[in-house]
Design a protein around this ligand. Structure first.
Ligand SMILES: [Zn+2]
Length: 198
């Protein structure tokens, strides 16, 4: 299911319809709201709760060539990698291994499945606190609209395993060929000095 349709259905069921047997089956978390008007109840909830409504991360439900269960991913990823890559978390800015990493050659592969994602030549200094790339290996990165937390952003994931990389921003004025910034978590990628795409 695409995220946009999931979001639309959630809003429809959660905010604008009365509780029906069908809605309760589909969306049981609404039941504890009791007598509160639903729209008021949702507006007053803190972001972490709203975020938890989307815990079945939409891109997990899409088909990617490499499929693993959460338990299988936990067996091969560190807890921080699992939080960021599989649960769409974000590492703290200016802390990542590759934030200030500027190799002249090599490739950054997916931190989960090792698919080549970005070449060293795609990386640029953005000063944003996370590794920034102006382009990716063709077809290696898939974009989704991310409407969590009241914003509309473009999420980027690994096209092979669906692992969360970060977000892409356009039109910020960086002097790069694309004027795009792929803002990527360091734990979502691994640097390989040998470029297997060449
Ligand atoms: Zn991957």
């Amino acid at each position: 299911m695409r995220f946009s349709s999931f979001f639309a259905r959630t809003i429809t069921l959660g905010l604008f319809t009365s509780t029906t047997a069908s809605a309760a089956r589909t969306f049981p978390r609404t039941t504890f709201l009791g007598g509160l008007p639903r729209a008021v109840a949702y507006r007053s909830m803190p972001l972490p709760f709203i975020g938890s409504l989307f815990s079945s991360a939409p891109s997990r439900n899409m088909s990617y060539p490499l499929q693993k269960s959460d338990d299988e991913w936990r067996a091969v990823l560190s807890p921080e990698q699992f939080r960021v890559i599989r649960e769409k978390g974000t590492e703290a800015p200016y802390t990542g291994e590759y934030d200030k990493h500027s190799p002249s050659s090599g490739v950054y592969t997916c931190g989960a499945c090792e698919a080549p994602l970005y070449k060293a030549g795609h990386k640029f200094k953005s000063g944003c606190g996370w590794p920034a790339f102006f382009d990716a290996v063709p077809g290696a990165v898939t974009r989704h609209t991310d409407r969590t937390f009241g914003m509309e952003r473009t999420e980027i994931v690994c096209s092979n395993c669906g692992g969360h990389l970060g977000h892409v921003f356009k039109g910020e004025g960086y002097p790069t060929p694309t004027d795009e910034r792929h803002c990527v978590n360091s734990v979502s990628i691994k640097f390989n000095k040998d470029d297997p795409t060449q």
